[in-house]
Each structure stands twice: as structure tokens, then as C-alpha cells.
Design a protein around this ligand. Structure first.
Ligand SMILES: [Cu+2]
Length: 112
């Protein structure tokens, strides 16, 4: 095995090691869209840390997760899910809404 191959193998082992995966994976938070509402409508996340949001759209119609404060915009088709990475955020509140149902689909991320 030549030196480059060995370095590559070591790197792969490092990337795939469970220890590293646990350290590298951002914490995951889940929310749902149901009847054009976000459930829950407030999500508490740790400040100063990247976070993975998994948004399940339980409605048959598409919705768009939108937030000016988070600078995010993502269409989620009916009965499907989307993954949205946010942060690291300073402590505070970050509103979001469903652009297709902006009067009912309202929520906020609370970083603390
Ligand atoms: Cu939009």
C-alpha cells in the first residue's frame, strides 16, 4: 500500500468513526406542518451552534418555510419533509412563516 493510499484510508476511518460523527453532527430538531399550522410553533435551540431542522409537511398541499431573520426559504411538498440547517445563531427570537399560508402558519426559533 503506498503512502497516499494509506493516508486516504486513515482519513476515511476518521470520517466514518462514530466518535467523529457524534461530534460533527448538529443537533436535530423536528417540527410539523399540519392543517397549515406549525407544530410546535416555537422551537428552542442552543445558541451559537449549527442546528438541523427537519420539517415534516403532513398536509397534502405544498408549503414554503420562509424566514427573513434566518435567511431561509424552502418549499416542502405535501406529505414530505425538508431539512434546513440554521445557525449558529445569537440568543434571540427568529420568526418564520409558511409563505403559502402566512396568516396561520407562524412560528419562531428561540436561540438560548
Ligand atoms: Cu418565499
Amino acid at each position: 500500500m503506498n503512502i497516499y493510499l494509506r493516508q486516504c484510508a486513515l482519513l476515511c476511518l476518521y470520517i466514518l468513526s462514530p466518535f467523529n460523527a457524534v461530534n460533527a453532527a448538529p443537533p436535530e430538531f423536528q417540527l410539523e406542518i399540519r392543517d397549515h399550522l406549525f407544530l410546535p410553533d416555537a422551537i428552542r435551540i442552543p445558541a451559537d451552534q449549527k442546528v438541523k431542522l427537519v420539517v415534516y409537511n403532513r398536509d397534502p398541499t405544498p408549503e414554503e418555510f420562509e424566514s427573513y431573520e434566518l435567511n431561509r426559504e424552502k418549499v416542502i411538498m405535501g406529505n414530505s419533509k425538508a431539512i434546513i440547517f440554521i445557525g449558529p445563531l445569537k440568543p434571540g427570537e427568529y420568526p418564520f412563516f409558511g409563505e403559502f399560508n402566512p396568516t396561520t402558519a407562524l412560528g419562531k426559533v428561540i436561540a438560548e
